[in-house]
Design a protein around this ligand. Structure first.
Ligand code: PLP
Length: 509
């Protein structure tokens, strides 16, 4: 269908808060419109000056997109006349179609406007990854600048001196065995996980662990109960494997199931029991028991995402759900993303003993393991006690940063706003008064270089979504927390909804 108004068409598709660089989005939308014929060949494009005015954006943003489109041949310039949509149809294909006119099978296979599969399109539609991964207030990112790089490089040099071929070639099924042993020892003590080294698989992180579980245990169309709200990455990986996510609301005790939900057992239940993501609640013991009993009775797999429970301030970390399971229904996932650094891309998956060989083989077949050299360094890092001492050091630092952020919130809002989940992890959820537009706030914050991800985006059901902001404090230097929050507070106040906040809106710490 031909586009009536290019500015309106662009405005409907550009997501300033979460869609990545806007110039790139303009480029992509126009490119797709040219390829699908919605902007037909020969059509004159508005000048970059006019378009930027209509979009209320800087001219540079539009010019960048136009230049890219011209460079790639989607637009062409005619001297003195401006830019026009180029004729992009391939000669060969045009000829082919004209020959095929009389045959019955003339339908061009539109696998997607840019050739993507349904799952590919779905993945892009819900894409959650941010283009900025550092600074105030990026959630879930540790302070990577304080990683003990000298120790790591000493261990790395030691590993090079050993320089064995088996560390430089493809990986063992399941990963470097000494690292699996070190992780098993750590998990037994710190997280009360019941496991042997053989049950542990080294993955590139929780994303890959979920991917492997779905490929090994899921069938197309299987259902998975997910906490609502939940981590966007979990949803993306599940859906891209043809698994249907079923959102289950979360209350102060964790996943809150109703009798009607229990009537149709899913194949998987995915939970973050130690620190619900993103709200931060801890699943109560009775809910844990209920889930385990249900999973055992109905042969459901529970997937426990234990992504950041090393960082608890005040109380001891809670034991894992896996440690309470006596029926081998829990698959436990952990990661070094929060404890060490995200770019390391090492995580681990603990599977029931009876699945261990199958999963190790599946892992090798699918991903062709490697990284043995890095895994060997990490196992020495753990064995020599550096992992535990780094966690201890960072725990103190993050507790201090959390307090600085809480003080800044209190300074601006007193007890007007609720904060949740701040007693653990690397972020807190700041709830906003009902009726707040957290997308608009997030967008305005992003335009001044502050990341404040909108809480409502993490819900699957818009109707039940609560407005709020996810504020990560771990990767923000102490002296930047207050100044950055001052700016954010100003934006929140500018967007304060007209209706008065409800009486229930009292601060919880
Ligand atoms: C709840 C949750 N699970 C998993 C992950 C990602 O873990 P990984 O980096 O190991 O893939 C994150 C990252 O922020 C997260 O918040």
């Amino acid at each position: 269908m031909r586009i009536a108004s290019l500015p309106d068409f662009l405005l409907q598709r550009i997501d300033r808060a979460n869609g990545g660089p806007v110039n790139r989005q303009i480029y992509q939308v126009i490119r797709e419109a040219v390829l699908t014929g919605s902007l037909p060949a020969g059509l004159q494009m508005p000048s970059s000056r006019d378009l930027s005015k209509e979009l209320k954006m800087s001219r540079n943003t539009v010019t960048y997109a136009y230049e890219q489109l011209i460079a790639e041949g989607y637009l062409e310039t005619r001297r003195g006349a401006g830019s026009f949509v180029a004729d992009t149809a391939s000669d060969q294909i045009t000829t082919l179609f004209s020959h095929n006119k009389t045959t019955t099978n003339t339908k061009v296979e539109p696998t997607g406007s840019s050739g993507l599969s349904q799952r590919g399109k779905q993945l892009l539609k819900k894409a959650g990854v941010s283009d900025l991964q550092w600074g105030a207030f990026m959630p879930g990112v540790p302070d990577v600048t304080l990683f003990p790089s000298k120790i790591w490089s000493r261990l790395q040099n030691k590993a090079w001196r050993r320089s064995r071929a088996d560390l430089l070639t493809y990986g063992d099924a399941g990963g470097h065995f000494p690292l699996r042993e070190a992780i098993a020892d750590y998990l037994r003590v710190a997280r009360s996980v019941n496991c042997k080294a053989e049950q542990i698989l080294i993955t590139t992180g929780i994303h890959q662990s979920i991917d492997l579980i779905m490929r090994m245990l899921g069938e197309n169309g299987d259902r998975a109960w997910l906490e609502d709200p939940c981590y966007w990455g979990t949803r993306s990986v599940l859906q891209s494997q043809g698994i249907q996510p079923v959102p289950i609301p979360v209350d102060a005790e964790g996943m809150c199931l109703q009798p009607k939900d229990l009537q149709v057992p899913p194949r998987f239940i995915v939970v973050t029991p130690s620190h619900q993501y993103p709200l931060g609640t801890v699943m109560s013991l009775s809910r844990r028991r209920m889930l385990l009993e249900y999973a055992a009775a109905k042969k459901v797999w529970i997937i426990e995402d234990d992504y950041d429970s090393e960082f608890r301030y005040g109380s001891r970390p809670l034991a894992s759900l896996q440690g309470m399971d006596t029926n081998d229904r829990v698959l436990y996932m952990g990661t070094f993303t929060k404890t060490l650094f995200p770019g390391l891309r090492i995580g681990f998956l603990v599977v029931p003993e009876k699945l261990a060989n199958a999963f190790a083989t599946g892992h090798s077949e699918l991903y062709r393991g490697g990284q043995m050299f890095i895994q060997a360094i990490l196992s020495d890092f753990m064995r020599e006690g550096h992992f535990a001492s780094h966690i201890r050091r960072m725990r103190l630092l993050y507790a201090k940063r959390l307090n600085l952020l809480l003080q800044a919130i209190e300074h601006h809002f007193g007890d007007q706003l609720l904060t949740g989940g701040g007693d653990a992890g690397l972020h807190l959820a700041l709830e906003l008064p009902p009726g707040s537009d957290d997308f608009a706030i997030s967008h305005a914050a992003r335009s001044i270089g502050i990341v404040a991800r909108p809480l409502s985006r993490y819900y699957m059901h818009k109707a039940t979504a609560k407005p709020g902001l996810l504020l990560g404090y771990a990767c923000v230097p102490d002296d930047q927390i207050q100044p950055a929050f001052n700016k954010l507070a100003h934006i929140i106040k500018e967007h304060w909804p007209q209706t008065k906040p409800s009486a229930a809106n009292k601060k919880r710490r």
